[in-house]
Design a protein around this ligand. Structure first.
Ligand SMILES: Nc1nc2c(c(=O)[nH]1)N[C@H]1C(S)=C(S)[C@@H](COP(=O)(O)O)O[C@H]1N2
Ligand SMILES: [Mo]
Length: 488
């Protein structure tokens, strides 16, 4: 186990020095994420929520240490058997790292170096342990074994600490992000909105914004290294740098982003002011072929999304965003540039760490989530959520409040009912645009006892949301958000 830990420590230093994210654990974890069956992914998200990535890292470590222990026991009598375990594990990591989208030429090196380190230490151990097999009471050999262990443990800890220091270009990217001067929105004017205690604020701060992606370790891209290619079925290929982007006409737009995995009543949704450049302008400059019906956008880490071309060319102001609530995009939210398309779930549109846009046809590619059981097209479904009260309230006048959304269509009405009684109309807060969620509130004369609150929304055309319960897969959950409240 110490040999394995020392290998991981050396591997992480190697990754830091080479400026790759592919430490052995990240390489194996990323390969695992790409192959995990949907039921297991859902289970992990249910158990660990947005801590699922930490859980995966811990899980990999535990399994690795268990296998290392087996290898260690084998190596006491037969070094080759123990080293075989090490070689297989390191080989898996090397293969995983070498096949990542952003592996580069050196992505496999940290895993290879980790394997060699572990093999070397295992060899030292088997030498030390051989004499103990014949004379278990030999104090000198015992001391030698303990000294070696202490040395390896200390060395691994020191190298691990060093690994944190040389941790890739994380620090450089953070500094570059801080130093950026980006065009500011004219005024941050958010509508006044509903201010009830515990009501969700209309603007979601960058820190509170939900984060969903497949990146076990977030891509670190310096703005000066960022380049976007727009190519494929176009008349003229475009290549764009970060500076080119900032020099263009900038739009600022409130858009509510939603994840298709959001359960009824869930919190994988947030509203922010995005600043960026219209995709319509860029695509028209490139001149898409009349045969094209989609773009495939690609992230630095190989994630892809397929977005219908018409949603990028119409008036909804789909954009290449570089700022979120007046700040350069946080690294977790796609720094330096991502896509934001009002009305579409994130998995078919909102590519973070964007590096490539191919104008193409849906019948020529499959985006990341399509072969994993999610629909090719992902328009956001009309939905509503109760935010207060969530569990209990004192008897009397109780403010029931929440949000409803149907991006790019709009919400016209929200209704609430108590204990399955008649639907009652809630008051809607001011409408910023059809592309954002809408806050609502309703005053309830609550009596003592246990009650059930439900909410439903209507779209701009007066159509109610779907009441039948359906899970998030394959294209978004439906059903009424239902909350049990104890009034006392
Ligand atoms: N590179 C990359 N971009 C991505 C994803 C991803 O896994 N990788 N996930 C998408 C999904 S499913 C959603 S819901 C949104 C979430 O954006 P956020 O994390 O900024 O809230 O990002 C989208 N963009
Ligand atoms: Mo998502």
């Amino acid at each position: 186990m110490l040999a394995a830990l020392a290998g991981l420590a050396v591997g992480s230093v190697a990754a830091g020095l080479l400026g790759t994210r592919q430490t052995p654990v990240v390489a194996i974890g990323s390969a695992f994420i790409d192959r995990v069956p949907p039921w297991l992914k859902d289970l992990a998200v249910n158990w660990f929520g947005t801590h699922d990535k930490t859980a995966l890292r811990v899980g990999i470590l535990v399994v690795l240490l268990a296998l290392a222990a087996v290898g260690g026991v084998l190596a006491v009598r037969r070094y080759w058997a123990g080293s075989l375990v090490t070689v297989v594990l390191a080989g898996l990591a090397v293969a995983a790292a070498a096949t990542r989208a952003d592996a580069g030429q050196t992505g496999f090196v940290p895993s290879a170096v980790a394997g060699l380190t572990a093999l070397g230490i295992l060899r030292l151990y088997s030498r030390r342990l051989e004499p103990l097999l014949d004379t278990p009471d030999d104090g000198v050999s015992r001391r030698g074994f303990l000294q070696l262990s202490a040395g390896v443990a200390l060395g691994a800890a020191a190298i691990g600490a060093l690994g944190r220091l040389v941790g890739g270009n994380r620090a450089a990217v953070a500094d570059a992000r801080k130093a950026l001067q980006i065009p500011q929105p004219p005024s941050r004017g958010a509508p006044a909105g509903v201010q009830a205690d515990g009501a969700t604020s209309w603007v979601t701060s960058n820190d509170d914004f939900y984060r969903i992606d497949t990146a076990l370790s977030v891509p670190q891209i310096l703005p000066e290294d960022w380049k976007l290619r727009i190519h494929g079925m176009v008349e003229r290929e475009l290549e764009l740098t970060y500076d080119d982007l900032l020099k263009r006409e900038v739009v600022h737009k409130w858009v509510t982003l939603t994840c298709v995995s959001n359960e009824v009543g869930g919190d994988l949704i947030g509203n922010a002011l995005w600043s960026g450049v219209l995709l319509k302008d860029l695509l028209e400059e490139a001149g898409p072929s009349t045969d094209a019906d989609a773009i495939q956008s690609m992230s630095k880490d190989g994630f892809t999304a397929g977005t219908p071309l018409p949603t990028l060319l119409d008036d909804r102001q789909a954009m290449l965003a570089f700022a979120m609530n007046g700040q350069p995009l946080p690294v977790e939210h796609g720094f330096p540039v991502r896509i934001v398309v009002p009305g579409l779930y994130g998995y078919v549109s909102a590519t973070k760490w964007l590096t490539d846009i191919e104008v193409t046809r849906f019948d020529r590619f499959e985006a990341y989530w399509t072969p994993r059981g999610w629909s090719e097209l992902g328009p956001i479904k009309l939905s509503s959520r109760i935010d207060v009260p969530r569990s209990k309230a004192p008897a009397g006048q109780v403010t029931v409040a929440g949000v409803a959304w149907d991006q790019h269509v709009g919400v016209s009405k929200v209704e609430v009912r108590v204990d399955g009684g008649p639907w009652q109309q809630a008051t809607l807060a001011t409408d910023a645009s059809v592309d954002t969620w809408r806050q609502w509130h309703w005053t309830w004369n609550a009596t003592r006892g246990n009650h059930v609150l439900q909410v439903r929304a209507f779209d701009a055309k007066g159509k109610p949301q779907i009441e039948a319960s359906a899970p998030p897969a394959p294209n978004g959950a439906t059903g009424l958000h239902t909350v049990d409240v104890k009034i006392g």
